[in-house]
Design a protein around this ligand. Structure first.
Ligand SMILES: Nc1ncnc2c1ncn2[C@@H]1O[C@H](COP(=O)(O)OP(=O)(O)OP(=O)(O)O)[C@@H](O)[C@H]1O
Ligand SMILES: [Mg+2]
Length: 357
């Protein structure tokens, strides 16, 4: 087990920043997910931790020791790359044994460690297979075993399951979580699947343009997003532009009390925090369509200004297209210039709800 410290790390390619002034402490045995859109700097950051890329600035420490300038083989890290490459001219056993042979370990020890690694990833009988004879998921597991066999103190996984179908990905990520907890390896896991991050992580780092938007446990990232970007990136979120005057939103459909300075804001609420009522007098929204998910329905509604919102309703609700309604938000937050400026109580928001939309 090991503690990882990243201090003010930046990486520039030419004049553009791939990673910008990034800092993070990862505890012993912790699993941290790096989550962010394509090009946000996740792989670059991971490659710098593994020693495959040099930071332009900043420090990387493992158990307090400066490793910033060490080559990969001198670091206690193991990396599974975004596009994993197994050696096709070797069988599974030799793929996994390769790193141990480089270290000139005794044959018997190599055999034992490779067999343990294969058992760990559920491929006990596959040592003699050529890698071409494996399914995509089995190949991913061999790549994982190849890193684990070196007994790294820190495991770096760069979207290891990205090319797999949903079902297999879910199974493998559960396995990674099990292995990671059994062995207690400090792990950084890159993904751009938010459900993957929510299911796996002790903490999530949301990245954007090489910088950090928020670092927090999954439920906090979901319920207390600190920026408009995070609010929109994790789970399903409705946004409504309005201006605040005298502590009240001027939006006709959402005249909410927002006790902050006058000015423009973006209001944000989850589908599960919106409830719909038949309008008594003047309707502020019109039902566009309703989709049945079995356990609940998602109702799309249109506001007069053209904004479309999603509301989650009970499975037996019956909102017909074209009907005028009113929507109320039981929980919301307000953002100004991407920053959170107000958050109401957020009861009623649950993060399993985000799978739906
Ligand atoms: N070797 C390189 N030379 C120049 N620019 C690079 C290099 N490697 C990465 N970049 C740039 O740095 C930025 C971050 O890239 P990176 O691969 O870290 O993103 P990512 O978050 O892993 O994206 P993805 O989700 O698509 O894998 C991108 O704009 C990319 O084009
Ligand atoms: Mg990447």
């Amino acid at each position: 087990m090991a503690r990882l410290t990243i201090k003010n790390v930046s990486k520039t390619f030419g004049t553009s920043f791939a990673v910008r002034d990034f800092s993070l402490d990862v505890e012993d045995g912790e699993l941290v997910c790096l989550l962010g859109p394509s090009g946000s700097g996740k792989s670059t950051l991971l490659r710098m931790i593994g020693g495959f890329e040099q930071p332009s600035d900043g420090l990387i420490l493992i158990d307090g020791k400066d490793v910033t300038r060490l080559p990969p083989e001198k670091r206690p890290t193991g990396m599974v790359f975004q596009s994993h490459a197994l050696w096709t001219h070797m069988d599974v056993f030799n793929n996994i044994a390769f790193g141990l042979k480089l270290r000139r370990l005794p044959k018997a020890e190599i055999r034992e460690r490779v067999e343990n690694a294969l058992a760990l990833v559920g491929l006990a009988d596959y040592g003699k297979r050529m890698t071409m004879q494996l399914s995509g998921g089995q190949q991913q597991r061999v790549a994982l075993a190849r890193s684990l066999v070196l007994e790294p103190k820190i495991l770096l996984l760069d979207e290891p399951f990205a090319s797999l179908d949903q079902h297999l990905r879910e199974r493998l990520r559960e396995e990674v979580r099990d292995i990671q907890q059994r062995v207690g390896i400090t792990t950084l896991f890159v993904t751009h699947g938010q459900d993957e991050a929510l299911a796996l992580a002790d903490r999530i780092v949301v990245m954007r343009d090489g910088g950090t938007e928020q670092i927090a446990p999954p439920d906090i990232v979901y319920r207390e997003p600190q920026t408009e970007f995070v609010a929109g990136f994790i789970g399903s979120m409705n946004f409504v532009k309005t201006s605040i005057r005298g502590g009240v939103s001027q939006h006709p459909a959402f005249p909410l009390t927002v006790p902050i300075e006058d000015g423009d804001v973006v209001l944000a609420f989850r589908p599960e925090a919106l409830s719909l009522q038949p309008s008594k007098t003047l309707s502020t929204a019109i039902v566009h369509r309703s989709i049945d998910f079995g356990t609940h329905k998602i109702v799309d509604i249109d506001l007069a200004d053209g904004t479309r919102l999603k509301a989650m309703t009970a499975p037996d609700s019956n909102w017909v297209k074209g009907v005028g309604i009113e929507a109320t938000a039981s929980a919301f937050r307000a953002f100004r210039d991407n920053q959170l400026v107000y958050q109401s109580a957020t009861s009623g928001e649950r993060h399993h709800d985000l799978i739906l939309a």
